[in-house]
Design a protein around this ligand. Structure first.
Ligand code: ADP
Length: 494
């Protein structure tokens, strides 16, 4: 009998389900988008019931496909948008308000106030994170302070907190499992990444009752059994990781020093640092990369706010191009940018600069500058920003292993080659760029015996394109110098 793993990939704009076979191949996928809710400028919410409904629909599509093939589901793996915060009633399962999404900035003033009081170090040392509205802690505190009666009810044990993984597992198990995994816990800013426990002093400082927090499990292992009423069968949920960590695992970055970069709307880079819990001197976050078989591996994380989004802007904002795909040929139509640099600091700069005041800039324009130079400069900017983060990771750890790429803009061969040239390192791009769902499936499959160990995952068939560096040191230095000069200029107030 065929055995499949079902991966649930709950993202920021859609809920996806993907079936994988024993060779790690994608058998079937279903995806449903859901609405974003913007109650005020800078605020972003999701309806938790709609998240669950779309996820359920996608999962049922896949299960129907498996049933038609007479296949057995060996296990379910979950991966999810991280940090997004849900609070619901233990007795009824009703959320007390909409989920507050990771992008939501409603607690910016609160975080600024705490930073002014000198609290940033306290949080950073324990959680590896910067004191920012991005993470769940202040979102949860906001709900407890602003939803009438929430704090009292939470103290009485009537309310539960969870990130999206916890919420889905609670619903899928009919309220029997209130759990999360270590990677998701490490994004809440409530979890101590050294002691591997919820941090009592942080909970105290923020006034969060410990009884509302989920039990923290390993990424691979039993997290709960589905309620029969949900899928008509009792199935083990045995894998779980936040989306970026799942992609790191799905890309098989198992060795310390291995890096994955997702070239999506933004850029998300993670380096597996193994047992090393590195405190970054270069503006990176420290987080849990994976927890499996009693062993925790840590990761350094850096984000580029505007990655593929710069190409969207060329298309929709400037109407300079018709489609993202045509940028590759346009960029190749000129030998270089003719000295043009494009710093897409539309919303400030992320790692390693963390400069929220910086704004975008196009410089080095001459009478000879044309459309192709600007398009090429935009693609190069994606690679320059990535190179800055990878260099920061290397400085922090002295480790640099294989670099693997995924996400929409990784389809661009010019970008991949330029990235390799700029780093002087090869870039591996898997033909199957379904890394996030694959990571969840691998974690579940290890727990339910589909694969024996990570070495078996390395043996699964996987085709790659390798982009090898083909630029000399002097050429690389010149490009990087031009870029860093441009970054410097966009940071100096006019
Ligand atoms: P997300 O999951 O963040 O929504 P995706 O991984 O689907 O993003 O990637 C979409 C992004 O990739 C868009 O910003 C788009 O502009 C960019 N993109 C897609 N194809 C290409 C391409 N061939 N060249 C450059 N950028 C591309």
């Amino acid at each position: 009998m065929k055995r499949y793993i079902l991966a649930l990939d709950q993202g920021t704009t859609s809920s996806r389900a993907v079936l994988f076979d024993a060779l790690g191949g994608k058998v079937h996928a279903a995806q449903y988008e859901f609405p974003q809710i913007y109650p005020q400028p800078g605020w972003v919410e999701h309806d938790p019931e709609v998240i669950f409904a779309t996820q359920l629909r996608a999962a049922r599509d896949c299960l129907a496909y498996a049933a038609a093939e007479g296949a057995e589901i060996a296990g379910i793996g979950i991966t999810n948008q991280r940090e997004t915060t849900v609070v619901w009633e233990k007795a009824t399962g009703r959320p007390v308000c909409n989920a507050i999404v990771w992008q939501c900035r409603r607690t910016a003033d609160l975080c600024a106030e705490m930073t002014e009081q000198g609290q940033a170090d306290f949080f950073r040392r324990r959680t590896g994170l910067v004191l920012d509205p991005y993470f769940s802690a202040t979102k949860l505190q906001w709900i407890l302070r602003n939803v009438p009666g929430a704090l009292e009810r939470a103290r009485r044990g009537e309310l539960l907190f969870g990130t999206i993984d916890s919420w889905l597992i609670w619903k899928l198990t009919g309220g029997r499992s209130h759990v999360t995994d270590r990677t998701n816990a490490s994004r809440t800013m409530l979890y101590n990444i050294h002691t591997l426990a919820w941090d009592a002093e942080i909970l105290d400082a923020l006034g969060i009752p410990a009884c509302m927090l989920p039990e923290v499990c390993e990424c691979s292992g039993l997290l709960g059994m589905t309620d029969e009423a949900v899928f008509g069968a009792v199935l083990p949920i045995c894998g779980c990781a936040g989306d970026q960590q799942a992609a790191l695992f799905g890309q098989r970055c198992f060795a310390p020093g291995d890096v994955k970069n997702t070239y999506g709307t933004g850029g998300f880079l993670l380096m597996n640092t193994g047992a090393l819990c590195t405190e970054s001197q270069n503006g990176l976050l420290t987080t849990i990369g994976c927890s499996i078989g009693g062993k925790v591996s840590y990761a350094l994380e850096g984000s580029v706010f505007v990655s593929g989004a710069v190409i969207q802007w060329l298309r929709d904002g400037l109407q300079l191009i018709g489609s993202a795909a045509e940028t590759e040929a346009i960029a190749r139509s000129v030998p270089d940018t003719g000295g043009v640099y494009f710093v897409p600091a539309f919303v400030g700069l992320g790692s390693p600069y963390w400069d929220s005041a910086a704004r975008g800039m196009l410089c080095g324009i001459t009478r000879g500058t044309g459309r192709a130079h600007i398009v090429r400069a935009a693609l190069e900017a994606i690679a320059f920003q990535t190179a800055d983060v990878i260099r920061a990771m290397e400085q922090d750890t002295s480790l640099l292993g294989t670099i693997r790429a995924d996400g929409g803009a990784a389809q661009n061969g010019f970008l991949m080659q330029f990235q390799a040239d700029l780093l002087g390192e090869s870039i591996l791009r898997p033909d199957n760029i379904e890394s996030t769902a694959a990571g969840a499936a691998f974690l579940a499959g290890l727990a339910c015996g589909m694969w024996e160990n990570p070495a078996a995952l390395q043996q699964l068939p996987a085709a790659f394109t390798t982009f090898r560096p083909a630029l000399d040191d002097a050429g690389r230095e010149m490009l990087l110098k031009g870029w860093h000069d441009a970054v410097q200029r966009c940071r100096i107030p006019v």
